[in-house]
Write a protein that binds this ligand. Structure first.
Ligand code: C2E
Ligand code: MG
Ligand code: MG
Length: 550
């Protein structure tokens, strides 16, 4: 400790020693190096840490000379020095006479900070960057972008990943994501950056390329590479990828807008049948806005009691009697007027809103049917989404109990999409309900997958032949053959076959000849509001009585 030049405000003699002693002891224990310099940069005071760093041999003297030249700069702010492979933080504070200079070795702290920063920007599963890293780099790129340069953002999403995760387990899902990350990496140029945003969402930023060709090429390559089969733990796995592309500056000049627009393009790619890439177009933004508004209104519709059910009769062809009704949902929107289910059910399914709406449908249909004078059947449409979780069985049971409807009168209409994917749990739900007497129909058969294995996987009570075949059947021999084949299939499996969408006597004659057992369509009746059911049944009955009398 160099106290020789220490000047202190004179204190009372007895306190003098204590103050100096205290100060020197503090200095000796500081882990920083401390030095006090006068105006001519002569050392007035230093502590042992400083001495061992800068004083003694020639090398240290040299270091000090370097330090002196820095100190001479008298930078007001803190300065980071690199001394002998170490990082040293230099701070200066003006004193009445001279300056207090502290030096702190921050090498380890900085290394730790760099590690933390890196860790916070890495996706630990795939070791790609994460969202934070990509957003930061994208931000830097966009601010540094020169005129004529185009930055491309590619949003990537796997198709059918959830299915792999749900059926083969999370460890297979994780391994798959790592392999997808590898394939993405292998498709990138030197300056491109890839990140995983979580789940099965990836993103790539592509720079310094002739656009839009390079982005289209990369998009195509990614779809192709990711779409190739994976062999994982003995499972041959196929997932596809969809890619949405946004370009800066044309589609936005900030990161948020670009990522959002790449997502909109991705949404379009998914809608176009997946396994494809799509470029952003401004119309997508408007479309998405419209969808969002529809979703908001749809959320309100339940609470506002804007939904209602109409009932379309189903008729047995042999007895000519009405056997029951199908409940069809109607949305009487205050803002939009009457909205067709075809226009809002897909969105309700996508957003999960179909679950509460579907529950309302089941409860309402059971309650209204329980009030009918005759014990006719009531068919309710159920979406695949409603089979997620265990809620559906509970809802049906409680709707039956609440309404007092006999379970044998309730019929659930499902489409093949229920049996695609994790169909085992859906079949469980169906079996449980069938055990108590609820009947199950296969709706819209002939469209979609039309896999006979679905018909075998569950003892359906009824096959409903899609109206497109019924209406095309007059002049289309293929459709006619399909109707006939399904009717024969139903007969040999002991299932009712209902022809949907019969509008004319001609179609009626056709489907009777083809062997269908039941019919539903405008020819019998359009869907009816509940208060018209009694009248309809009465007039149908009197027409039958007249027919049989004549
Ligand atoms: P779907 O279950 O196949 O219902 C038959 C659709 O065909 C109904 O249309 C019905 O009005 C219509 N239709 C019946 N006969 C004829 C005809 O002779 N000619 C013509 N052109 N059309 C006929 P809607 O009510 O618009 O329903 C469309 C679809 O929306 C339904 O097809 C069903 O998939 C879905 N849907 C309706 N209500 C519900 C519901 O409560 N829940 C769920 N998940 N889906 C529903
Ligand atoms: Mg239906
Ligand atoms: Mg149908």
């Amino acid at each position: 400790m160099n106290l020789a030049t220490l000047e202190m405000t004179p204190l009372a003699p007895s306190e003098d020693f204590t103050a100096v002693d205290l100060a020197s002891s503090v200095l000796a224990h500081l882990h920083q190096s401390v030095v006090v310099l006068d105006e001519r940069n002569q050392i007035l005071l230093s502590n042992p840490n400083f001495d061992s760093m800068f004083r003694g041999d020639e090398e240290k003297a040299l270091l000090y000379a370097g330090l002196e030249s820095f100190a001479l700069l008298r930078q007001p702010a803190d300065t980071l020095l690199h001394v002998g492979g170490r990082s040293v933080l230099l701070r200066q504070t003006a004193l009445p006479q001279g300056r207090l200079v502290t030096l702190e070795d921050v090498t380890e702290q900085r290394a730790e900070r760099a590690r933390v920063i890196e860790e916070a920007r890495t996706d630990t599963l795939t070791l790609l960057g994460n969202r934070l890293l990509l957003r930061e780099r994208l931000g830097e790129l966009l601010t540094r972008r020169v005129d004529g340069e185009v930055v491309a953002v590619l949003a990537i999403d796997l198709d059918r990943f959830k299915l792999v995760n749900d059926t083969l387990g999370h460890h297979v899902g994780d391994a798959l994501l790592r392999m997808v990350a590898q394939r993405i990496r292998s498709a990138l140029g030197r300056d491109d950056l890839a990140a995983r945003f979580g789940g099965d969402e990836f993103c790539v930023v592509q720079t310094a390329q002739a656009q839009p060709h390079a982005a289209a090429k990369l998009g195509k390559r990614l779809v192709d590479l990711i779409g190739r089969s994976y062999l994982l733990e003995g499972h041959l796995i196929n997932v596809g990828a969809s890619v949405g592309i946004a370009l800066s500056p044309a589609d936005g000049d900030d990161g948020n807008t670009l990522l959002k627009n790449a997502d909109l393009a991705l949404y379009r790619a998914k809608q176009e049948g997946r396994g494809t890439y799509s470029f952003f177009e401004p119309a997508m933004d408007e479309e998405m806005q419209a969808r969002r508004n529809l979703e908001i209104e749809l959320r309100r519709a339940l609470a506002m009691r804007e939904f209602a059910l109409v009932y379309q009769p189903q008729c047995n062809l042999q007895s000519r009697q009405i056997t029951g009704f199908e409940a069809l949902l109607r949305w009487n929107s205050a803002a939009r007027g009457l909205v067709s289910p075809a226009d809002f059910i897909p969105l309700a399914e996508e957003t999960g809103l179909i679950v509460p709406i579907g529950e309302w449908v089941i409860r309402t249909a059971c309650r209204e049917a329980a009030g009918w004078a005759q014990p006719l059947s009531i068919a309710v449409n159920v979406s695949a989404i409603q089979f997620g979780g265990t809620g559906l069985a509970a809802t049906v049971l409680s709707a039956l109990a609440e309404s007092g409807l006999e379970p044998g009168r309730l019929e659930l209409e499902i489409t093949e999409s229920v049996l695609v994917g994790d169909y085992r749990s859906a079949l469980d739900v169906l079996r449980r309900l069938r055990k108590i007497g609820v009947r199950v129909s296969m709706d819209d058969f002939g469209t979609g997958y039309s896999s006979l294995s679905y018909l075998r996987s569950f003892p359906f009570d009824k096959i409903k032949i899609d109206q497109s075949f019924v209406r095309a059947s007059i002049d289309d021999p293929n459709s006619m053959a399909i109707v006939r084949a399904i009717a024969a299939l139903g007969q040999s499996l002991g299932m009712t076959t209902t022809a949907e969408g019969v509008e004319t006597e001609e179609q009626m004659a056709r489907i009777v000849a083809d062997g269908c057992t039941d019919v539903q369509g405008y020819l019998i009746s359009r869907p009816l509001p509940p208060d018209r059911i009694v009248d309809f049944l009465r007039s149908h009955q009197s027409k039958q009585d007249l027919d049989s009398a004549s």
